[in-house]
Design a protein around this ligand. Structure first.
Ligand code: KG4
Ligand code: ZN
Length: 351
């Protein structure tokens, strides 16, 4: 089976071709990061217009790199939710047009499920081991942060165990990046600068430490960095900047990993997975692998290209749906909210 995936939920226009074994035959990502960088965040209207400009060349490139044509496909999967509706609409309409014109099946995919199953993607002929259901996945991106239990790849079998009450982890990286004049997005830059820093020179408190809580809060960590800057001014030397980045990153990584392993223990699973843009973070990846080894659980840390937004993960989720005999109708609509059941209400304040 061969599926084309299309992704346009936020600031990446992406298309990919994946086969039934999860092998990624092509993966094209056009990032809009330079377009939005000057505004310090994503401007939805600009995002939609740029998706419109790029969707056709990106899809053509994905088919060409996979040495395939639309006629050889078994279906077309597209991110239907959650995201910016105007941005999603571009991908959804393109997918509908392609599916209608070629007589292929259409499948709407939840972007979060894409991140949660990205560990199944195979990016080389040397196959990597994949997790076994049930497993717990930490999804940490720019728009979402939460812990999920997956009983199978079906959205109905995915349960949110706890999520952030306020900002997503990636959002905190980006806001701290802005505060320290590091440009947008802040995550990759903070990751790079933190490498040279001493994480213990400044100490920030990890929020939501109650043992039984699997919820997160990241806006408090960002506020602690802001108060530090208010009191001491912005770092003036490279060493001070590196130490501040390292301390902030350590606090976020500690919060994410503590809750991930608490969730795995509570749920009695032996496999843990990470996904989303923040799962590209070097310290998070290393800490998850080291802690897993200590605790005797298996950790799955996907390739960085599978963690950040991509269409291969969307194609893979589409494949699992097609294999179950499921597909979408022509009334498939773009929607801003996830279909996954939510357990955490935002904004109840810190515990
Ligand atoms: O999953 P993603 O590509 O898009 C969303 O669905 O949100 O995640 C983007 C987020 C941004 O907030 C970015 O700063 C963060 O992931 N990010 C990182 C790293 N690479 C990307 N955060 C920390 N360390 C990184 N290396
Ligand atoms: Zn994402």
């Amino acid at each position: 089976m061969l599926v084309l995936g299309i992704e346009s939920s936020c600031d990446e226009t992406a298309a990919a071709v994946v086969d039934h074994t999860g092998l990624v035959l092509s993966d094209v990502v056009h990032s809009q990061v330079n377009l939005h960088a000057q505004y310090g965040g994503i401007i939805p209207e600009l995002a939609s217009r740029d998706h419109l400009r790029n969707i056709e060349p990106v899809v053509s490139e994905a088919l060409a790199r996979a040495s395939t044509t639309i006629h050889q496909l078994d279906g077309i999967a597209v991110t239907q939710r959650p995201g910016l509706v105007g941005a999603l609409l571009v991908g959804v309409q393109a997918a509908k047009g392609l599916a209608w014109g070629s007589g292929k099946r259409l499948v709407g995919v939840d972007h979060l499920v894409g991140h949660l199953l990205a560990a199944y993607l195979q990016r080389s002929e040397l196959r990597v081991e994949t997790p076994q259901f049930p497993y717990v996945c930490l999804l940490a991106s720019g728009g979402h942060t939460g812990l999920y239990r997956l009983e199978s790849s079906k959205p109905e079998d995915i349960v949110e165990l706890g999520a952030t009450r306020d900002d997503a982890a990636g959002e905190a990286f980006d806001k701290v990046g802005k505060l320290l004049d590091l440009g947008y997005p802040g995550g990759p830059t903070i990751d790079r600068l933190a490498k040279a820093g001493n994480p213990s020179r400044y100490s920030f408190t990890v929020p939501m430490q109650a043992k039984d809580s699997l919820e997160f809060s990241f806006s408090g960590i960002k506020t602690q960095v802001a108060s530090h800057v208010e009191r001491h001014g912005k770092p003036t030397s490279a060493a001070d900047l590196a130490d501040l980045c390292a301390a902030f990153q350590r606090t976020v990584v500690t919060s994410l990993t503590r809750k991930l392993f608490a969730a795995a223990a509570r749920e009695g699973v032996s496999d843990v997975v990470i996904g989303g843009g923040v799962a590209a973070n070097r310290e998070l990846r290393e800490t998850v692998l080291a802690q897993a080894q200590k605790r005797g659980v298996r950790a799955f840390v996907p390739d960085i290209a599978s963690c950040t937004d991509n269409a291969a993960m969307i194609a893979y989720v589409g494949l699992t749906a097609l294999e179950r005999g499921e597909s979408s109708g022509w009334d498939l609509a773009a929607t801003s909210r996830t279909a996954l059941a939510r357990a955490t209400r935002k904004g109840r304040g810190m515990r």
